[in-house]
Ligand binder design. Structure first.
Ligand code: AP5
Length: 217
């Protein structure tokens, strides 16, 4: 099964994708993670993407579609969770072609419906362990011992450069202008399932499980 998680920045796409990966063996394909890796390595893609990401704008369609194409076969066995892709009509078309070439198709588009104002707090407060990547939040999820990762004991943490309020608002504007308009394409195909993304992480995970385990799935 190949599914898309769709929602604005901070809706919980990455959180739910990691849960699905751990539970079902599906593969999370996050273009945001791929681009951050490219930036960290200083690769040609990273050099092109860095300033665009820091401004909260969308990276070129051809670049992100190529990143997905390179990794699609890794998710052939148990399916892919597309996290942050597609984000434009061109990317949606590219994905359909890439999957079609492999005899695959999108089974569900799970829309995480959220309140954008609440998301600004979610995003600007988040940080991760610099060693193992465990996620934390200034208000909602602090380490049990201040300054020490619960999982690996690391003392260094990091924040994304695009997680400041001004950039988050730009990312949300990009979502409204370029990504939300692809929803009707998938709605017309009967693929969209809406989940309340403001519920707890566990409740959102259960709602997604119920969809994927439904008899029609
Ligand atoms: P990307 O990395 O995809 O970022 P994003 O879409 O802005 O999404 P986030 O990672 O910020 O949020 P999320 O929905 O995954 O939420 P999360 O689970 O982390 O993209 C970054 C940039 O890369 C883009 O701006 C663009 O420049 C570029 N890019 C990427 N893909 C591209 C593409 N296809 N085309 C062009 N450019 C592209 O959760 C957020 C926080 O909330 C966490 O702290 C989490 O713990 C918490 N949380 C999650 N769920 C809940 C819940 N139910 N209740 C309470 N807290 C919760």
């Amino acid at each position: 099964m190949d599914i898309i998680l769709l929602g604005p920045p901070g809706a919980g796409k990455g959180t739910q994708a990691q849960r699905l990966q751990a539970k079902r063996g599906m593969i999370q394909l996050s273009t945001g993670d791929m681009l951050r890796e490219a930036v960290a390595k200083g690769s040609p893609v990273g050099l092109k993407a860095k300033a665009v990401m820091e401004a909260g704008k969308l990276v070129n369609d051809a670049i992100v579609s190529a990143l997905i194409g390179e990794r699609l076969d890794s998710a052939a066995a148990h399916g892919a969770i597309f996290d942050g892709f597609p984000r434009t009509g061109h990317q949606a078309e590219a994905l359909e072609i890439l999957l079609g070439e492999r005899g695959r198709k999108i089974d569900y588009v799970i829309e995480l419906a959220v309140d954008e104002e609440a998301l600004v707090d979610r995003i600007t407060g988040r940080f991760t362990c610099a060693n193992c990547g465990a996620p934390y939040h200034d208000t909602f999820h602090v380490p049990k011992a201040a300054g020490t990762c619960d999982i690996c004991g690391e003392h260094e943490f990091k924040r994304r450069p695009d997680d400041n309020e001004a950039t988050v608002r730009e990312r949300m504007a990009e979502y409204r202008a370029k990504t939300a308009p692809i929803l009707p394409i998938y709605e017309a195909k009967g693929l969209v399932r809406r989940v309340d993304g403001m519920a707890s992480v566990d409740a959102v995970a259960k709602a997604i499980d119920d969809i994927l385990d439904s008899p029609a799935a």
